[in-house]
Design a protein. Structure first.
Length: 241
């Protein structure tokens, strides 16, 4: 039964990590040498340890020549990528410019311009598009009109209700004022003496006040008592005869 696949992860133990690095480094350098010999390939291997120590391997040609070759290849690859990218951008820009030209021509056609180069079918299609657009515009316009009318009707109803409320309040206030006026008139008719003028202030003080009150009482008694004036005797004789 074969071994299961070992999960690769960082070795936490420092000593074990150093031992493993030494073993794997040796094996990696051996593999690089084998592939260079067996396949006649140019191999350059660079390894830095955790402490920054350099380990390298290169084939018979020097490391510098291999790195220069790698830089030339990378630069050429970047140039090719940039050229390809620029070509893609140029193609995309041309497509966008053509699309803009088509849209501008369509706008001019909708405005009734540049119609000479259009065929009968194109003109019929343009007419259908314009009719469809006009229908949509009219539909939207009617919708806005209806919304405005509905809003004005709501405002009119609110103002009418407010006017009715104010009218009822005004009628209630007038009714209240009329009832108050009738009540005052009734009180005046029932108590005519309650509004007699008070005696004027005098220097005499209490004595003059009492005399004034006495005179008022005598005057009221004369008003309330019936007329009992006695006739002379000679008039009575003539009346009896």
């Amino acid at each position: 039964m074969g071994r299961g696949r070992v999960q690769l992860k960082r070795i936490e133990n420092k000593i074990s990590r150093q031992v493993t690095f030494s073993k794997r480094r040796t094996g990696l350098l051996k593999k690089a040498h084998e592939i260079s010999v067996l396949c006649d390939a140019e191999v350059a291997l660079i390894v830095f340890s955790t402490k920054g120590k350099l380990f390298e391997y290169s084939t018979d040609s020097s490391m510098e020549s291999i790195l220069e070759k790698y830089e030339r290849y990378s630069s050429a690859e970047q140039v090719n990528n940039q050229s390809e990218q620029q070509g893609n951008w140029s193609l995309e820009c041309s497509k966008l410019m053509a699309r803009i030209e088509v849209l501008q021509r369509s706008l001019r056609n909708f405005a009734g311009e540049d119609l000479d180069g259009m065929s009968l079918r194109e003109l019929q299609h343009l007419e259908q598009q314009i009719d469809t657009g006009l229908k949509r515009v009219r539909t939207r316009k009617n919708q806005l009109y209806n919304e405005s009318i509905s809003e004005l009707q709501k405002k009119e109803k609110a103002l009418h209700e407010q006017n009715n409320m104010l009218s009822k309040q005004l009628e209630q206030n007038e009714k209240t004022m009329a009832e108050g006026s009738n009540w005052e008139q009734q009180n005046l008719g029932q108590n005519p003496t309650s509004f007699m003028p008070l005696p004027p202030p005098a220097i005499g003080g209490t004595l003059q006040t009492r005399e004034f009150m006495k005179e008022n009482e005598e005057g009221m008694a004369q008003i309330e008592e019936p007329n009992t004036m006695q006739m002379p005797s000679w008039m009575l004789r003539h009346v009896n005869e």
